[in-house]
Design a binder for this molecule. Sequence first.
Ligand code: HEC
Length: 281
Amino acid sequence: MKKKIAWLCFAAPILFGSQITTTYAATPSDEDKKFEAYREAMADFNPGDFWIEDGEKLFHEKRGPKNVSLDGCDLGLGPGVVKGAYAQLPRYFKDTNRVETLEGRLLGCMVHQQGFNEEEITKPYYASLAEENGTKSDLVELVAYVAAQSNGQPYRVKLENAAEKNAYEMGKYAFYHRMGSMDLACASCHATPGLVLRGVHLPVMTDPATAGKVMTAFPAYVIKDANVRTWFWRNERCLLAMRMPFLKVNSDLDVALHLFQVMEASKTDTPIAVPGIKPRA
Ligand code: HEC
């Protein structure tokens, strides 16, 4: 409830136009400048590195009712191959007949190969997504570890079959479509250059250079939450601001929005560099 009210306070002024401002001079806000200095100071130490270390252990450990590791999990490049896998996700998987994100694919392997109960993983995970909740989740540690094995590589997601093309089209539709009781689209906030909301410059996710910069920093350590947050979380937060229902990992909408935005990033050579570090998002 507290969370809902916080988002309402955040979102309500948009309706009355009092807080979205347009600045065409690309001057960073004072807050951005302060954060830049902080980011430099943190250059050699990102707390998110702990998530990667723990994720590596979890990946290779025999776990779950079936007592197997994730070395048999195919993330698109063959069972157990983690190097470069994140740079090519989301993609279509024949065995599930779905386009899947890294997070969704790992969740599927934990359920189908290791025998975990899906809800036992997702319930505490969804609870940990609340603001300022620093609870670590196995799933996020695993995502952080696998994603980091693509560090230095640019995204190279392709639309090679009908399922991937459909997911992309759905993502594009969802991005531009006004929805929820606020009647907002992602595009309302993320398709026009120069929008500022409460001192935060809104990234234009339809601009490949910006999408490249933003996407290659996820998963990221979010200082406000003292937790690592994934791409799923980012989309979830913004959907919540639009008063949409809670997003589910690997749902059609999750996959579609991810694919649409990562395709923009794939047009650039910006290398993946995770964990990113962010003040609040
Ligand atoms: C009401 C305006 C609004 C809408 C609508 C909105 N967002 Fe956002 N979005 C924001 C704000 C504000 C931030 C920055 C949050 C912060 O820095 O605290 C943000 C951050 C982001 C970021 C991360 C940028 C970064 O540098 O880390 C992405 C990606 C994003 N939104 C995608 C989306 C998508 C996808 C949708 C639609 C499902 C959406 N947003 C809808 C306001 C919005």
